[in-house]
Design a protein around this ligand. Structure first.
Ligand SMILES: Cc1cc2nc3c(=O)[nH]c(=O)nc-3n(C[C@H](O)[C@H](O)[C@H](O)COP(=O)(O)O)c2cc1C
Length: 451
């Protein structure tokens, strides 16, 4: 399945284009591009979409109402107005909507039916209209939109950096998962800034297409319809089930090994998503246990920052206590505990460093204060006092006053490649459910453990 995002440019502007591929487990970013003319956009879609694709267009695709505000815009305004996600009347720029509806109609002729009523996971060729600003608010649980379209150049660059960080950090943990993408750096201004903005916008549109395909109406709103114009907006927070009810239902239903995913990582993703939807604060906090070769154990909390077919990713200082222990004994265990759901997940396996490029990509997405902190702290070493730390931070600030903060040599990511994952669900009378997955010859074996 392919997902195409089109961030439609104004009359003469270029349009951003993005292509994501679904491999059955995660999404991969394949292309980020720009095209000027509608005919070129159509050719690009034709080249990349294949027979099974959802094309998401950030522009009016259907406008029978040529004077007033479209019903879809009115509804978006009503629902998302509080986020400042202003919508526009259909009459505002005729040439613009002629271009956009023209592309939408040409797509229809090429077999891309309007997908506002498509079933989740349907095959075939589809197109939908989307609204990236509202999508970002919903997907990333923001309080207001990220304003990277308007304002001063410096302000736009900063806001675009924020959007880039959200895409880099959140989508690898979302469902469907976007495997950690390499994303363009944010230029300081000018044409280059606009181009990156168009491409990142297109990427967000393509992700919304994938989210719509994966979840369908259970986690998306369709405002309006394909006769009068419509906008698809993801929502992750509307299905607000009270935590107590959720726990109650998990306590009652428990774990049925035949109903659990064959793939342990997929099962983890499902639980992680449920923990997040339940509103558990920092559901990605996990206890990491390491040990010296002499068998002396140590444990601490770190944050899960990436999850892929190969395992669980976290970032730290390579010279910290955990770093030293992992250097001599590259094996570790992780524990997630979500008390509100009476759930625990235990993971064990071998640990290795992620690539320097992956660490750099993650480091760039962090706020500058965190980046400087990584330079200032000799993690796990004894310090004289707080002043020493503050002086080190000041030194780092001076050193990088002129440019970007670079990734320190001794800082980066680790990936724990899971060999076992155990899912623990609290039940009544201490008869808890425990289902353990064990990796064996390329497949996961499942077994039930006694509580
Ligand atoms: C909620 C939470 C999240 C944390 N996340 C990280 C993290 O992602 N990376 C990290 O190096 N330390 C993180 N820490 C700090 C670690 O628990 C620990 O203090 C630090 O890494 C030093 O550990 P070490 O001396 O065993 O190497 C976190 C602490 C808490 C409480």
């Amino acid at each position: 399945m392919h997902f195409v995002g089109i961030d439609f440019g104004w009359e003469r502007g270029a349009s951003g284009l993005a292509l994501l591929d679904w491999d059955g487990t995660s999404l991969k970013l394949r292309e980020l591009d720009l095209r000027e003319e509608p005919a070129e956009i159509l050719r690009w879609v034709d080249q990349h979409a294949g027979e099974n694709a959802v094309v998401a267009i950030d522009a009016p695709a259907v406008i029978p109402n040529k004077t007033g505000m479209r019903e879809a815009d009115r509804l978006t305004h009503e629902r998302y107005g509080k986020y400042d996600a202003g919508s526009y009347p259909a009459s505002r720029a005729r040439t613009y909507w002629r271009r956009t509806t023209g592309v939408s109609k040409a797509l229809e002729r090429a077999g891309f039916a309007h997908g506002d009523r498509m079933a989740a996971r349907a095959k075939g060729r589809w197109q939908i209209e989307v609204y990236p600003h509202a999508a970002a608010v919903q997907l990333f649980a923001l309080r207001r939109i990220v304003k990277y379209k308007r304002g001063t150049v410096a302000g736009r660059a900063e806001a675009l950096g924020e959007l880039r960080g959200l895409l880099l950090n959140r989508l690898p943990l979302a469902t469907p998962r976007l495997a950690p993408p390499e994303l363009l750096a944010i230029p300081e201004g000018g044409r280059a800034l606009k181009q990156v903005e168009d491409k990142l916008d297109a990427l967000l549109c393509a992700y919304v297409a994938a989210y719509w395909w994966y979840w369908g109406p259970s986690r998306n709103d369709v405002l309006g319809d394909s006769a009068r114009g419509y906008i698809v907006v993801p929502h992750r927070r509307t299905a607000a089930v009270p935590l107590a009810d959720l726990r109650e239902s998990y306590l009652l239903t428990g774990l049925d090994e035949t109903a659990m995913a064959a793939d342990a990582i997929a099962q983890f993703e499902e639980w992680f998503e449920q923990a997040r939807v339940a509103g558990i604060p920092e559901p990605n906090a996990m206890t990491l246990a390491t040990a010296t070769t002499a068998g002396e154990p140590s444990a601490r909390v770190v944050l899960l920052k990436g999850l892929d077919d190969r395992g669980f990713v976290f970032y730290t200082n390579y010279e910290s206590q955990k770093g030293r222990e992992l250097a001599e004994n590259p094996r570790a265990a992780l524990v997630f505990y979500w008390p509100e759901l009476e759930r625990q997940v235990r993971v064990s396996g071998a640990v290795s460093r992620v690539s320097r490029e992956a660490s750099e990509a993650y480091f760039r997405s962090r706020p500058e204060g965190h980046q400087l902190g990584a330079w200032a702290s000799k993690q796990s070493e004894v310090v004289q006092g707080r002043e020493t730390l503050e002086a080190a931070l000041e030194q780092a600030r001076t050193r990088f006053a002129e440019g970007d903060v670079t990734l320190p040599e001794n800082w980066g990511g680790y990936r724990l490649e899971a060999e076992t994952i155990e899912f623990w669900q609290g039940r009544t009378d201490r008869l808890h459910d425990r289902i353990r997955y064990r990796a064996s010859g390329g497949v996961w074996l499942r077994e039930r453990l006694s509580p």
